[in-house]
Design a binder for this molecule. Structure first.
Ligand code: NAD
Length: 346
């Protein structure tokens, strides 16, 4: 069993913990937290071993009658790998501690790319194995992950020379009330490209990438991609290529899934924990092909889509089994299998 430590038990950390629990080859060694809040209480109810981020934090846990089993240092020595899901920029404070203990680390996209030996997304470098000379991976951001999932099958099958993405980004996660209420559209940043371009270009060095970021008052985001292909396929061939990528759900016209809200509702109806969508939801009706130029709109659930990637990154760093392109993760989590796409009219 791979003993997984999780540092930071917020939006991503709690999801990663629950996904780890479901893996046959992994167990949660413990979670480290700073504040003894309601999430800490639920973590205890879920029987996760709680650790305080520091001795000072431990005192706060004692005061709140929550038993911390030690500090992060105690957790590190009983774990095989750590997933750092602390807020943007905080992991840098822990990096040397992780190195001193010699524990492999999975970082998140809110950290600078150079924090880890490599940036990771399953569809691009999911073939990394534990015997590679890599001790840390950084799972790229939710938007970069979603763009990479769409880009990979198209690049493999038709060749892609350019990508332009307009990222219509959620103003904040549902619990991030300090980011709202918003009643505006914020170019974020005003300058082009947004930071996503550098990450994506690093994963796809031969593709000319431009990204524009716009924040809007919602908690689930849309992403519109325009891609320059090297050859002109049919719309059906494009749908087949996208459908073959297991982390994409094609949303058919007529399903009544006309908004991100309905996609979220459907995920809850499907029994997905927290209503998470782990896959890109790509509206087939938005697929527009004009010679070599392909456009479409896909929805990315920012809180959900990096979770399977974290599980894949853990296996890449420490598992003895051969890489399977994320299939085990998908089977265990129940990520929708590809379905035969409808033949488009016209
Ligand atoms: P979050 O704020 O929801 O959770 C962070 C957790 O870390 C909180 O529980 C917080 O109390 C804890 N924490 C704060 N300081 C700490 C410290 N010094 N030591 C230990 N724990 C500490 O953040 P999040 O949204 O889960 O983001 C985590 C990382 O994942 C970031 O790099 C972010 O960019 C990335 N990410 C977030 C999303 C998203 O939609 N939220 C999507 C993709 C990637």
């Amino acid at each position: 069993m791979i003993r997984v430590a999780i540092n930071g038990y917020g939006t991503i950390g709690k999801r990663v913990a629950d996904a780890v629990t479901r893996q046959p080859d992994m167990t949660v060694a413990g979670i480290a937290k700073r504040t003894p809040n309601c999430e800490a209480k639920i973590a205890c109810e879920r029987r996760y071993c709680l650790y305080a981020a520091s001795e000072d934090d431990r005192a706060a846990f004692d005061q709140a009658n929550l038993e911390a089993n030690g500090t992060i240092d105690d957790l590190l020595i009983k774990s095989d790998v750590i997933v750092d899901t602390t807020p943007d920029g905080v992991a840098q404070q822990y990096r040397d501690r992780y190195k001193d203990v010699g524990i492999p680390v999975v970082y998140q996209g809110g950290e600078d790319a150079d924090i880890a030996d490599a940036s990771f997304t399953t569809c691009v470098n999911g073939d990394i194995t534990s015997d590679a000379d890599i001790d840390s991976l950084r799972v790229v951001s939710c938007n970069t992950t979603g763009m990479a999932h769409a880009l990979t099958p198209l690049d493999e099958q038709f060749g892609v020379s350019k990508l332009h993405a307009t990222l219509v980004r959620r103003g904040g996660d549902p619990a991030q009330i300090d980011r709202g209420p918003l009643d505006c559209i914020i170019p974020d940043p005003v300058t082009i490209p947004s930071h996503h371009a550098a990450d994506l270009a690093a994963l796809f060095p031969d593709i000319d990438v431009t990204t524009v970021g716009l924040k809007v008052p919602t908690t689930v985001m849309h992403v519109r991609l325009t891609i320059m292909l090297n050859q002109t396929p049919t719309k059906h061939a494009i749908q087949e290529a996208l459908n073959g990528q297991s982390r994409i759900n094609l949303v058919e016209n007529g399903d009544g899934l006309t908004s991100t809200a309905s996609l979220k509702e459907q995920a809850l109806d499907m029994g997905r924990l927290r209503g998470d969508r782990w896959e890109n939801c790509l509206w087939t009706g938005s697929i527009y092909l004009d010679d070599l130029t392909l456009s479409f709109v896909q929805a990315i659930h920012q809180e959900g889509n990096v979770v399977p990637e974290n599980i894949d990154a853990i296996r890449a760093l420490v598992s003895d089994t051969a890489p399977d392109g994320g299939t085990t993760t998908e089977e265990v989590l129940g990520i929708t299998e590809a379905v035969e796409p409808e033949t488009p009219q016209g």
